[in-house]
Design a protein around this ligand. Structure first.
Ligand code: ADQ
Length: 467
């Protein structure tokens, strides 16, 4: 069996975490690394005055991690710059927030070269190399330039934007060309894959064959759909844990007789938090008799605080939740509990289970794992209702959710009303269809699907979506 080398911006350090605080992606990749042996390589999260390329390795739980420090300027231009001010907004269709700075692009190229230089000596001849996400798109090309012959895969965790948007990036051609250095490139959904293929055909004059191989000139890359899942078994167990029950009871005691509506998101403009609050406000305005029977718990831990747009969205939401609470609260009820902190996963599972409704309403999302976690945490006898944006990748799999247009406050208000009125039999029917998918297409399934494609093995079975 080939060893696996995972390369991503940040590295998850293996922990013997009884509370299960590691996300599904980390759990799946760590378990693949444990199974195959290998290394997880990335940025340490630390800065250094001058880049040295020194590699810090740790070993634990059968996994080796290797990390490097980057310079302050690297972080400004590569991470806070090109990755999070240019590619992230553009890939989430927010051209209005996209910043086009040459320095950012230079930093992005430099850090990808630094990654290539430092990881190259760690890779052995038969290793499978799996690169993750928009931070490292050109890494494959840099590795090939340095003579790497290994099987090289790339997975994008965000959407892939339509060609009309992508072409606004001054160096779009170079970026897409660099993806042809990989053997396999994976996306969460058919939609993102289609956008990529259309770019290849329409802008690059390439072709796509029936195996999903994209060819431009003499270069070919296999393109696949591989929707990421969660560690469903672990999450279902977490939802039944004492910590989850404690969180569940805490929610109930603090709100007797009221239905909890929950939202859990990183504080990011792509998650549609502003539109969600406005949709909930519309529900309150349209349903005076129902007001005091519900409340919204919005959990939104801050992220990327060094980027201005993230500071702006934070103050915007502070103001908006304050205004709605000011307008509608009573002496014994506030409509929105707005919380800016993280929770252990088992507590989160208890909160999901206590919630009659989950509002998962991103304006654009590669997949969205919260939607799947909510489904996994439900009580099979009395499940809640998932209200899901049709613009989240998860909507392609969770078709029995109440799908909405997150830009429409009316749509959201109507969906909340419908969810509150939904009979138990219908809630169970919808939930059963969803949990079947969340169980079958979990994060381990996703990992195998991608690695099988990377190894060139045929993928069989009706859930496989190699296209
Ligand atoms: P994210 O944009 O981070 O991921 P998401 O898929 O929803 O979005 O994952 C967030 C994770 O963070 C979930 O596991 C959630 O439980 C956890 N989380 C959020 N708030 C939390 C809190 N307050 N406390 C504890 N945990 C919290 C990117 C892409 C997504 C894609 C994933 C995986 O943007 O579209 O689904 O990668 O590919």
């Amino acid at each position: 069996m080939s060893r696996l080398v995972v390369i991503s911006n940040r590295v998850a350090v293996p922990t013997a975490d009884a509370a299960g605080n590691q996300g599904g992606l980390a759990v799946a990749l760590l378990s693949a690394l444990r199974e195959n042996g290998g290394i997880w390589f990335g940025w340490s999260g630390e800065t250094t005055p001058e880049f040295t390329g020194d590699i810090r390795t740790t070993q634990g739980g059968g996994v080796t991690t290797a990390t490097i420090d980057l310079e302050e300027q690297d972080i400004d231009e590569y991470y806070n710059g090109y990755a999070n001010r240019t590619l992230w907004p553009l890939f989430h269709y927010r051209i209005d927030l996209t910043e086009f700075e040459r320095d950012f692009e230079g930093g992005y190229r430099r850090v990808n070269e630094r990654f290539a230089d430092t990881v190259m000596p760690l890779v052995e001849d038969d290793d499978l190399v799996w690169v993750h996400d928009y931070h490292l798109i050109p890494l494959g090309r840099e590795l090939r330039r340095r003579g790497m012959k290994n099987r090289l895969g790339f997975f994008l965790h965000t959407p892939w934007p339509p060609a009309r948007l992508l072409t606004s990036l001054p160096s779009h051609h170079k970026l897409v060309e660099s993806m042809f250095a990989y053997d396999v490139v994976g996306f969460h959904t058919e939609d993102w894959l289609d956008s990529f293929r259309r770019y290849v055909v329409d802008i690059m004059g390439g072709t796509i064959d029936e195996d999903g191989c994209a060819t431009v000139g003499d270069r070919t890359v296999r393109t696949i759909v591989a929707p990421i899942g969660i560690d469903t078994a672990e999450f279902e167990a977490a939802a039944a844990s004492p910590e989850a029950r404690f969180a569940h009871d805490r929610m109930h005691m603090s709100s007797t007789g009221r239905s909890l509506i929950v939202g859990v998101d990183r504080l990011d403009y792509s998650k549609g938090l502003r539109e969600r609050l406005l949709g909930y406000e519309r529900f309150l305005a349209n349903n005076p008799d129902r007001r005091a029977l519900v409340y919204l718990l919005q959990i939104a831990p801050p992220s990327r605080a060094d980027v201005d747009t993230y500071q702006e969205i934070r103050s915007d939401l502070d103001a908006l939740s304050g205004r709605i609470n000011g307008e509608y609260a009573d002496i014994d009820w506030v409509p929105i509990r707005y919380v800016n902190r993280g929770y252990p996963r088992s507590e989160l599972a208890g909160i999901y289970r206590a919630a009659r409704i989950a509002l998962v309403t991103p304006l654009r999302d590669g997949m969205n794992l919260v939607a799947k976690e909510y489904v996994a945490a439900q009580d099979p006898e009395d499940p809640g209702v998932l209200i899901l944006s049709s613009f989240a990748g998860a909507a392609a799999q969770l078709k029995e959710a109440v799908l909405i247009n997150p830009y429409s406050a009316e749509d959201m208000a109507d969906a909340i009303t419908a969810a509150l009125e939904m009979p138990r039999a219908e809630r169970i029917r919808r939930w059963q269809a969803m949990i079947e998918n969340v169980r079958a297409e979990d994060v381990f399934w996703w990992c195998r699907l991608f690695l099988d494609a990377l190894e060139g093995r045929e993928v069989v079975g009706d859930t496989a979506q190699i296209g």
